[in-house]
Design a protein around this ligand. Structure first.
Ligand code: GLC
Length: 530
């Protein structure tokens, strides 16, 4: 029996607003994605995850959904989506859509009904509560984006809960109607032919039944170079046991359809035992593993983290393990690793190592061009985190700058209009067209890596001896070595091996040694199989 496609698929994350704009309004859309499907197929990824494109007032740029059954006019139409899906499938690409079950928009019909009549049953689909005895919010919870997690509904005198912005009221998953509606939503998209779902805030649907105070209110937490309220890890808000029952049920729904439809959950937990519990064979197909994203760039730390992640996934019988370095929510790994040439060199080494691992890696748009965070001037910032923090927290705009497709300003092939966020200052040289013509570019490196991965990387991982500051492992005939130290290091390889691909110059095999310059990774293959 062959494994389902998602077990070792490379998935490319499209953050739709910043990918490609077909309509000329400065915001990316489905038409733009359609025009770039050949680029994605050529890049060599297996699947595309598209961030939310449903009807939305855009308080959180699409993660506030007003109608899960329709496409926002800014992004296109349902017919456009159907075409996109057909064209992607014709090119051999799977398409994953992003669903947001933790909260709706405050413009969703359910919420407007709930506000209109405090006695309406619609009210029980959300989490309304009476004020605390002092008239303030019912508990001490703070929103992930800063400020209280409760907003007063003045008409009724009650507060409603929102883990994110006040325009994103949290659903009450203890109400069976919410389950029924969500099953309809999933079927709607499965019937259209999507290959699966990325589930937003998957570990958040259920809250502590008493909505009791968090022990650790206040403060902030840095996640992969991005500042969030510490409520992102508060125990009463996340990871309640009931939530996995929802995914068990959803898994049976996916299984009713052909083609191995799959779900990947955004499970923002750094406790590996808790994380892998979501990837058990009867729960989600995959859970985002953010452990490398949260790690320092350090081969010894990486070896520990990779070993732990693989072992723990295996222990629970998970069919695969995911790997994530960047996303639309955190600082890009090129930037986290120091930025500019040094950051790019390290990012190349990190990417080559991740692409050699067994499992399912996720590539965030623009990393294949070597993009780094853009320093967005305060007056151009759009992220609600910036607004809600009273302009004290920069937010996520830096990693969301539009993709430069060509070298021509002002739109760089992204738009005919004015882009919603500024381009990187080096867009005239760091763009898809210029890089496609340069065999030493980051884009050419990603293409080669994805091609070689498909061709050669199979089987279980076996660690090899390596000096401090380096890691080395074998999968089948391929050995991957990574050196994160400041000096050249050597790892042992089979005699008669040759370098298949390296993240930078100077990686050479001499006899049974692979010499790795600082901040370099390489794949080496033994001759007889080459
Ligand atoms: C997830 C998304 C993020 C969004 C949040 C609220 O973390 O990845 O972009 O702001 O959920 O929906």
């Amino acid at each position: 029996m062959t494994s389902p496609w998602w077990v070792d698929a490379v998935t490319y994350q499209v953050y739709i607003r910043s990918f490609c704009d077909g309509s000329g309004d400065g915001v990316g859309d489905l038409a733009g994605i359609r025009s770039k499907l050949p680029y994605l197929a050529d890049l060599g990824v297996d699947a595309v995850w598209i961030t939310p494109f449903y009807r939305s007032p855009m308080a959180d740029h699409g993660y506030d959904v007003a109608d899960y059954y329709d496409v926002d006019p800014v992004f296109g139409s349902l017919a456009e989506f159907d075409q996109l899906l057909a064209e992607a499938h014709a090119l051999g690409l799977k398409v994953i859509v992003d669903v947001v079950p933790n909260h709706t928009s405050d413009q969703h019909m359910w919420f407007t009904e709930a506000l209109a009549d405090p006695d309406s049953p619609a009210r029980t689909r959300y989490l309304f509560r009476d004020p605390a005895p002092d008239g303030g919010p019912p508990n001490n919870w703070t929103s992930v984006f800063g400020g209280p997690a409760w907003t007063l509904d003045k008409a009724s005198g009650q507060y409603y809960l929102h883990l994110f912005t006040p325009e994103q009221p949290d659903l009450n998953w203890r109400n069976p109607e919410v389950h029924e509606e969500w099953e309809r939503i999933l079927r709607f998209w499965l019937d259209r032919g999507v290959d699966g779902f990325r589930i937003d805030v998957a570990h958040g649907l259920y809250k502590h039944p008493d909505l009791s105070d968090n022990p650790d209110a206040g403060g902030s937490t840095i996640v992969a170079g991005t500042e969030y309220s510490s409520s992102i890890v508060s125990p009463h808000m996340w990871d309640r046991p009931e939530v996995q029952e929802v995914f068990r049920r959803w898994r049976t729904i996916c299984a009713e359809y052909d083609g191995d439809r799959a779900m990947v959950g955004e499970v923002f937990l750094f406790d590996i035992d808790r994380l892998v519990s979501y990837a058990r064979p009867d729960v989600l197909h995959m859970a985002f593993n953010f452990m490398l994203m949260g790690s320092r760039y350090d081969a010894d730390e990486w070896q520990r983290v990779i070993t732990l992640a693989l072992d723990k996934h295996r222990e629970v019988g998970a069919q695969t393990c995911t790997w994530v370095l960047s996303s639309h929510d955190v600082s890009r790994h090129t930037t986290r690793y120091g930025g500019d040439e040094a950051g790019r060199r390290r990012a190349g080494a990190a990417t080559l190592t991740v692409l050699a691992l067994p499992g399912a890696p996720y590539v965030y748009q623009g990393e294949e061009l070597g993009l780094q965070d853009v320093n967005v001037p305060p007056e151009q910032r759009q992220d609600p985190i910036w607004e809600r923090s009273g302009h004290t927290v920069t937010g996520r705009d830096g990693c969301r700058s539009p993709i430069p497709w060509t070298a021509e300003p002002p739109g760089f092939g992204f738009t005919q209009g004015s882009p919603w966020l500024p381009f990187s200052p080096d867009a005239d040289t760091r763009n898809a067209v210029t890089e496609a013509a340069d065999e030493t570019s980051t884009l050419s490196f990603y293409r080669a890596a994805l091609r070689q991965r498909r061709e050669h990387l199979r089987g279980a991982l076996e660690w090899l001896e390596s000096p401090t500051g380096a890691l080395a492992f074998r999968r089948g005939r391929v050995t991957c070595g990574m050196n994160t130290s400041t000096t050249g290091l050597v790892v042992d390889v089979e005699p008669g091996s040759r370098v298949l691909l390296a993240s930078g110059p100077g990686a050479v095999v001499t006899g049974a040694w692979l010499r790795l310059p600082p901040d370099t990774a390489a794949w080496v293959i033994s001759e007889e199989s080459a």
